[in-house]
Design a protein around this ligand. Structure first.
Ligand code: ADP
Length: 403
């Protein structure tokens, strides 16, 4: 790799740090890894250089995010000075920038303060991001650090889409509104779809479905997000691995008032015990759900049906903000891999003129590296599978600040 053109992408979770050195030009990853179980006795880190097998080491009991980042630089990269020297920027993935950030932003002390202000919207993630940023700024004081916010892409939503129908003071005084999430992925696949379909970026309406353990959907008009399914937090919207998605809020009062649960307990039920997990009673993993369904497990079949039904209804509802839909994109682990889910969802969308090419849909995994059109020639809407690549887009956005 040539000098001064790589980006270190850092993604801090509540107890983990994912890292990768990415070439923003061609997306090549020189080294990537993950530190896990931070704060616990078995805190550890694993990594692999391109083409080499994975290595793993203990970080020592109770190691924190700063220790993980120091280990990356002092131990993993110590023998690869050329990689360290090649770093043009550090890109930090940030879950919530609230309504403060609508663009990737160069980090300084005021941006750290802004991320701190958004902690109520991402109480597990934003404190971890701050630890990562502070540690990385210490180690790399003289290259740009750039924050790429999951919420930023959704800041173009009109007010009638992002407000909740509750008294205004909760918005003006407490900033309670729809912020969305997965913005980097929605932005990336919307752009890729436009490019691949040879569409005019100024006249291209697309519905992007990011379906992983967390799942969200966005309506994107001419490159700008105009609606999205996640809300104040990632709990809203689609049914997910362990999250309920949208439910009648009265369920919460019922659980508290009639069954004696605390708000915190209900929060755990809706975030960690619901979704595919709650309905199947077995697994939050879509592969497991599909295998269960094929083996005749009725609860897995119900979970599969609910996931597809709710997704199809959400897609249908986005015909309203978009007016005309040119394309639908599937991405994320489920979107990229489950041809059965895609088939069911497209069948449910038949009233809108969506038509599937069953052969292409089943083969989406083997042509062009898992991407490509899966709609029939005479479908009213092009439906396409595009693997997401959040690291690459973070690297590209961060590299722009190093020019
Ligand atoms: P995350 O949101 O954690 O990044 P991913 O985008 O990796 O998650 O998606 C994980 C989901 O993708 C899991 O539910 C997994 O079962 C599902 N998945 C991965 N491969 C397949 C497959 N071949 N068929 C169906 N689902 C799959």
């Amino acid at each position: 790799m040539a000098n001064d053109k790589n980006v270190l992408v850092v993604n801090c979770g509540s107890s983990s740090v994912k890292f990768a050195i990415v070439d923003p030009q061609d997306g090549k990853v020189a080294v990537s890894g993950i530190a896990e179980a931070l704060g616990l006795d078995d805190a550890r880190i694993s990594w692999s250089f391109q083409g080499e097998s994975k290595r793993e080491e203990s970080l020592g009991a109770g190691a924190d995010h700063a220790r993980a980042i120091d280990f990356v630089v002092d131990t993993i990269l110590a023998a690869h000075k050329e990689l360290l020297d090649s770093l043009a920027a550090v890109g930090h993935r940030i879950v919530s920038g609230g309504d403060l950030y609508s663009q990737p932003t160069l980090v300084d002390d005021s941006v750290e303060a802004g991320i701190e202000k958004c902690i109520p919207f991402a109480p597990l993630h934003n404190p971890a991001h701050l630890q990562g940023i502070r540690a990385a700024r210490k180690v790399f004081p003289s290259i740009p650090h750039v924050c790429v916010f999951d919420t930023a892409f959704h800041q173009t939503m009109p007010e009638y889409a992002f407000r909740f129908a509750i008294p205004e003071k909760y918005y003006t005084e407490n900033r309670i509104r729809r912020y969305g999430a997965h913005g980097t992925s929605h932005y990336y696949v919307a752009g890729e779809a436009c490019r691949e379909l040879g569409a005019d970026p100024e006249n291209f309406n697309v519905i992007t479905c990011h379906l992983g353990n967390g799942a969200s959907i966005s309506a994107v008009k001419n490159g700008k997000c105009i609606d999205t399914s996640m809300g104040l937090t990632p709990l809203d919207g689609l049914m997910m691995g362990t999250r309920s998605g949208s439910i009648d809020p009265s369920v919460i009062f019922f659980l508290c008032d009639n069954m004696g649960y605390t708000a915190q307990e209900v929060c755990k039920i809706l975030n960690k015990e619901s979704g595919l997990m709650g309905i199947s009673g077995k697994t939050s993993d879509f592969r497991g759900i599909t295998e269960g369904k094929l083996a005749g497990d009725e609860k897995c079949a119900l979970a599969f049906d609910m996931f597809c039904y709710r997704l199809a209804k959400f897609i249908a509802s986005y015909y309203v903000p978009l007016g005309r839909v040119d394309a639908i994109v599937f991405t994320g682990g489920i979107g990229e891999n489950s041809f059965r889910m895609r088939q069911r969802v497209m069948e449910l969308l038949a009233p809108f003129g969506v038509k599937i090419d069953e052969v292409k849909n089943e083969k989406a995994l083997v042509f062009k590296g898992g991407r490509g059109l899966i709609s029939a020639e005479d479908s009213s809407v092009k439906v396409t599978v595009i693997p997401t690549n959040e690291e690459l887009i973070i690297a590209r956005l961060a590299a722009d600040f190093a020019k």
